[in-house]
Design a protein around this ligand. Structure first.
Ligand SMILES: [Zn+2]
Length: 236
């Protein structure tokens, strides 16, 4: 190998390792902070959505002071406001807690008959082969109903997550097409993230959304992406 080629190769190796933290690894999820930190009322963070979107194109989370529910679909991040209306998030917006991944479906299931949320979750659960892994999930479908909620920044300073959840606003979307983006976490991750299923919903027209509490789906498809690695950023 001549010297010019070897220098180029070295440069390429250096560049690659230099951006190793943002590599598009479909087996890895990236999480900023932990659910325990949020429960302990660490409601602000310093990670921007610009930075978050470099680490994944699919995810859920929130905003500083838990001012709304976040849903990321196809690298576009949305904020579901307190009344269930949806707006695109600016790159400068900060998050105290979010989880994203580069979504590549390993498995696709078809929903061919009406299922309630519990039946839907059972159908997914049967396909989660390794129960110690983290699964990224996307349900694209036609829903008879989606029961959802959103939250807003506390009115008073110093109020924690308990206050935010007690003051949540619940709403229903009937006969609506959309996407539920979310994750399934093993029980062992209880302090890291919400164990079991956690979905945030966006309507197909991207006008409405929220944290999904319950649902009934008429038809659609379920995309499952298994993840064997997690990176947890504890810098906030
Ligand atoms: Zn949520």
């Amino acid at each position: 190998m001549n010297r010019a080629v070897s220098i180029l190769l070295m440069a390429a190796t250096f560049l690659y390792s230099g951006c190793a933290s943002h590599e598009k690894n479909p087996e890895k999820v990236y999480q900023y902070s932990t659910i325990q930190a949020l429960l302990d009322s660490k409601l602000t963070g310093t990670l921007t959505y610009r930075e978050l979107k470099q680490r994944g194109d699919h995810g859920i989370g929130t905003f500083n002071f838990v001012d709304g529910e976040m849903i990321m679909v196809d690298r576009v991040a949305y904020r579901a406001h307190y009344d269930g209306t949806l707006y695109e998030v600016s790159d400068e917006t900060l998050t105290p807690f979010a989880i994203v991944d580069h979504f590549v479906a390993d498995k696709v299931l078809e929903v061919t008959k009406e299922l309630n949320c519990e039946e839907l979750k059972e159908m997914i659960l049967r396909e989660l082969t390794y129960k110690n892994q983290i699964y990224s999930l996307k349900i694209i479908g036609n829903f008879s109903i989606v029961n959802a909620r959103s939250v807003k920044k506390p009115d008073k300073d110093g109020e924690g997550l308990k206050y935010v959840v007690e003051n949540q606003n619940k709403f229903d979307f009937e006969n609506i097409e959309g996407t539920a983006a979310g994750f399934w976490f093993p029980e062992a991750f209880t302090s890291v993230n919400v164990p079991g299923f956690h979905f945030h919903f966006v309507s197909k027209d991207r006008k409405n959304g929220g944290h999904m509490l319950n649902c009934k789906i008429k038809s659609g498809k379920i995309l499952i992406d298994s993840n064997s690695e997690i990176e947890i950023d504890l810098t906030n």
